[in-house]
Design a protein around this ligand. Structure first.
Ligand SMILES: *Cc1c(COP(=O)(O)O)cnc(C)c1O
Length: 385
C-alpha cells in the first residue's frame, strides 16, 4: 500500500511543502517506485554495481527525499554534477556512501572537495594537476575517478593524456583511482554503431589502468549487453521513470504524478480566440478550463497548442499559448458539470508519461523533469515499510 508519508526522509526537511489549497499544482513523487526502479536496474546489471545519478536535485524530484530512499534501497554510490550539490548531500548520507562530482573540481574548489571527502571526476590534465597538488600538500592520497574521452568530445582526458597520466608515478601515488569512466553519446539507441566504437576506445584507454573498476553505462546502456556495464553503471533517468531506450517498451515504473488545479471553466462561442497572441481560435462552441500551471512551473511553453491535460480518461488539448502561471485547455468533451473550479486535472500520470509530455514539447523527459517548478505542493509517497 502506498500512503502519504512526508517523513519519508527521516530528519531531512522536505522543501516546497505548501498546503494543497495554496498551490496551483501538486506533484507526487513515488519513492517506492523509485526504489523498485533502482532494484530492477541493480538486478539487471549485477554483478556490476548500480550507482545513482542525482544531479540537478535528483532530476528535479528533490534529492533530500530521493537520496535517502535510494540509500535504503541499497545504493551506495551517488553522482552529482557540481561540488555545491555534493556539499548539500554529504551531511545527509552515512559514511559508507560515496559522492562523486561529474564535472570535477573547478579551480579553487579543490580544498572544499578534499575537506568534504567528495570524490571528483578528473576530466582534464589541469584538474589532475590541481588535485594532485592538494594531495601532495596534505601528504596523503586523495581518491578520484578518471574520465577518458571515448568520442563524445565533452568531458574527459584525451588518449595521449590518459597514457601520460598512467605513467606519471607521482599522480598514481597520490591519486588512487577508484574508477575509470567514460560516457556514451547514443546509448538510448541500442543499434547505434557509435556504441561499439566508443566501447572499444574506452576499453583500450581503461587497459592503461589495470585493476581499476570501469564505468561506461548510463540508463540506456544498462539495457545494452553486459560488455557495456563494466563494474559500475551510472543510472539517472530510468530511476525517475523515464524510458531508458527508444526502441523498447519502457520497463520502469512511473515515479512522478503532476496535477494542475482548475481556476475557472467558461463557454466560448465559435470564432473566439484564446490566450496571448490569439494563436488559437475556436471553430465551434467550446467549453474551456483555465488551469493554474504555466511555464514558470516548468510546463514548457513549446507545448502551446500541442500538449494536453487529462481528466477521467478524457484528453484536454491545450488551447493557445501556455502563460507564465496558467494555461487553457479544451474541456468540451467532459460531460457538462463534471469538471469545476477547484478540481485537479492530470498533467503527468497514468494518461500521459514524462516521455509523452516531452514529445509534445519537442524535448526529452530529462528536461521535463528538471524544469518542474518549486511552486508545486510536493508530496513524497513511500511504502509503509
Ligand atoms: C547525467 C549522466 C548520467 C546519467 O544518464 P541517464 O541517461 O540519465 O541515465 C550518467 N553519466 C554521466 C556522465 C552523466 O552526465
Amino acid at each position: 500500500m502506498h500512503g502519504v508519508d512526508v517523513n519519508a526522509c527521516g530528519t531531512m526537511p522536505l522543501n516546497h511543502v505548501y498546503p494543497n489549497e495554496a498551490a496551483g499544482g501538486r506533484l507526487f513523487v513515488d519513492l517506492a517506485a523509485l526504489a523498485a526502479n533502482f532494484r530492477l536496474i541493480a538486478g539487471r546489471v549485477a554483478p556490476a554495481r548500480a550507482a545513482a545519478v542525482v544531479k540537478a536535485d535528483a532530476y528535479g524530484l528533490g534529492a533530500a527525499a530521493v537520496v535517502p530512499a535510494l540509500y535504503k534501497a541499497g545504493c551506495r554510490d551517488f553522482f552529482v554534477a557540481h561540488l555545491s550539490e555534493a556539499q548539500v548531500l554529504t551531511p545527509q548520507l552515512p559514511s559508507d556512501a560515496t559522492i562523486y562530482v561529474l564535472n570535477g573540481i573547478m579551480p579553487g574548489g579543490e580544498e572544499g572537495c578534499a575537506n568534504g571527502g567528495v570524490v571528483p571526476v578528473i576530466n582534464s590534465v589541469e584538474q589532475a594537476t590541481a588535485w594532485r597538488a592538494v594531495a601532495e600538500g596534505r601528504q596523503r592520497p586523495l581518491a578520484a575517478v578518471l574520465q577518458v574521452d571515448s568520442g563524445m568530445s565533452r568531458l574527459g582526458v584525451s588518449a595521449e593524456d590518459a597514457a601520460r597520466l598512467a605513467q606519471d608515478q607521482a599522480f598514481r601515488r597520490y591519486i588512487p583511482l577508484v574508477m575509470v569512466m567514460s560516457h556514451l553519446a547514443c546509448a538510448e539507441t541500442q543499434r547505434h554503431a557509435a556504441n561499439a566504437r566508443q566501447r572499444s576506445t574506452f576499453e583500450a584507454l581503461a587497459n592503461l589502468f589495470p585493476g581499476v573498476p570501469r564505468s561506461l553505462a548510463n540508463s540506456g546502456a544498462a539495457f545494452l549487453p553486459a560488455e557495456f556495464h563494466g563494474e559500475v553503471v551510472r543510472i539517472g533517468i530510468a530511476l525517475y521513470g523515464g524510458a531508458p531506450t527508444d526502441s523498447q517498451a519502457n520497463p520502469m515504473r512511473p515515479v512522478v504524478r503532476l496535477e494542475a488545479r482548475v481556476i475557472q471553466v467558461r463557454s466560448i462561442p465559435a470564432g473566439t480566440s484564446v490566450g496571448y497572441g490569439f494563436t488559437f481560435t475556436a471553430d465551434r462552441q467550446s467549453r474551456i478550463a483555465t488551469v493554474a500551471v504555466g511555464y514558470a512551473d516548468g510546463w514548457l511553453r513549446s507545448s502551446s497548442n500541442r500538449g494536453s491535460a487529462w481528466f477521467s480518461g478524457v484528453r484536454l488539448p491545450i488551447l493557445g499559448r501556455v502563460s507564465m502561471d496558467c494555461m487553457t485547455v479544451d474541456v468540451t468533451r467532459v460531460p457538462d458539470g463534471a469538471l469545476n473550479a477547484g478540481d485537479w486535472v492530470e498533467l503527468i500520470g497514468p494518461s500521459q508519461s514524462i516521455d509523452d509530455v516531452a514529445a509534445d514539447a519537442g524535448t526529452i523527459a530529462y528536461e521535463v523533469l528538471v524544469r518542474l517548478g518549486d511552486r508545486f505542493h510536493r508530496v513524497h509517497l513511500s511504502s509503509q515499510d
